[in-house]
Write a protein that binds this ligand. Structure first.
Ligand code: UDP
Length: 377
């Protein structure tokens, strides 16, 4: 019998935040159950033994937030470096700024527009397309930048990432990216950003290091569910369809595969993330991990570690991205409704809610869930 009043399923940021708060604030024991062999979910990082370079096992994760409570909370586990995320895109043998900004537009059209000239310039392109609505990622993007820029930088990349037509993807997916008519090259608009100096792997270790927390890795919640007390308060961040035995069918996910390689040069691509936006190139981006930690001594070493990122159908793979189409949205709503029948289970995180959350959003949500529980609501 695992005699715990509080049980957390999954040790990503949502689960780890809730477990940490229960232990530190409520001074209660909490059991964390993690299916994988490591904590941290898809935000986990570790150091490559051969190169000494820390890499993000599930793709580059930049911490960014405008929420002061979240920033203060996460900084209490590690100082953050001054890294500012900038992304570049290779298209047709040349490198461009991404998200699309004035530099992208000027380089692409070989012009020298000023910010106040961009709208009128792009309007001519936008007007060439018939856009009855801007609900889809494709129509929305064309309405913003016109078809040529859309086809160069968005269409191929989006097809590769999602495996479905950009006409079937909601505009919200691309609204994550700003579109700018100035030279601002920052990927995010958040007030605070950086990479934990100690690394993500270390941050999770610290969050879960409290003496009141017990972590079981390589453990499937569904294998030990019957060993838990019937009235245990469960915080579940696994996929919601599994919780309900897939009774209405499986939710679909996109997954990623990383092909890691050591290069015997100090700097391979000059930046942490290079997108490849053409459909003909089979991978979506190349990550070069050392650029995330310019403050570390390995930064100047004479070799580097890179990873090519490929998108895959998520069936039988680790889930990464919920597929935000109508079919999956309808299914998740059914599951979420049914899950309310378990009053002792709270569901959260990207997998649990089937939402395209960033790290800061899952932490904010976990802090709210914890505070609501603490106040007995
Ligand atoms: N996107 C694109 N071209 C790019 C980068 C992004 O078309 O070079 C689109 C694509 O549809 C993607 C969405 O913008 O799914 C959101 O990109 P983001 O970088 O936020 O995705 P993540 O980092 O979460 O994979």
């Amino acid at each position: 019998m695992l005699d715990y009043k509080f049980v957390v399923v999954g040790s990503g940021f949502w689960g780890s935040t809730i477990a940490e708060r229960i232990a530190s604030v409520l001074d209660e024991d909490v059991l964390v159950i993690e299916k994988r062999g490591h904590i941290g979910g898809n935000c986990y990082s570790e150091v490559c033994h051969q190169t000494g370079i820390e890499y993000h096992k599930y793709g580059t994760h930049i911490f960014h937030t405008s929420n002061r409570d979240v920033w203060d909370y996460i900084n209490s586990f590690s100082p953050f470096n001054a890294y500012r995320h900038q992304v570049l895109a290779t298209w047709n043998g040349a490198v461009y700024q991404m998200p699309i900004n004035l530099e992208t537009i000027n380089a692409f059209y070989k012009v020298n527009l000023r910010p106040y000239e961009v709208d009128a310039f792009l309007k001519k392109e936008v007007q060439k397309s018939d856009l009855p609505n801007v609900d889809s990622l494709e129509n929305y993007s064309i309405s913003k930048v016109g078809r040529p820029l859309y086809e160069a930088f968005i269409k191929g990349y989006t097809w590769k990432q999602w495996g479905i037509s950009p006409q079937k993807i909601p505009a919200t997916v691309v609204k994550r990216l700003p579109f700018r008519t100035n030279y601002n090259e920052s990927y995010y608009e958040s007030r605070w950003q950086g990479i934990p100096e100690t690394g993500y792997g270390a941050i999770f270790k610290k969050m879960l290091s409290h003496g009141r927390i017990r972590v079981l890795v390589n453990t499937d919640f569904f294998d030990i569910r019957n060993d838990l007390p019937e009235n245990a308060r469960i915080f579940y961040s696994g996929p919601v369809d599994r919780l309900l035995d897939f009774r209405y069918g499986k939710l679909e996910w996109r997954s990623l595969k990383f092909e890691q390689e050591i290069k015997n040069v100090s700097d391979f691509q000059g930046t942490s993330v290079m997108n490849y936006t053409e459909a003909e190139i089979p991978f979506n981006r190349i990550h070069e991990w050392k650029h995330l930690h310019p403050e570390r001594s390995v930064f100047s070493g004479d070799h580097t570690l890179i990873a090519r990122e490929y998108s895959l159908n998520g069936t039988g793979q680790e889930p990464f991205y919920p597929i935000n189409d109508k079919k999956n949205q309808a299914l998740v709503e059914k599951y979420q409704h049914e899950a309310t029948l378990f009053p002792n289970i709270t569901i959260g995180g990207r997998f649990g809610e089937y939402k395209y959350y960033d790290m800061h959003q899952t932490i904010a949500n976990a802090l709210t869930v914890f505070n609501t529980m603490k106040h007995g609501e």
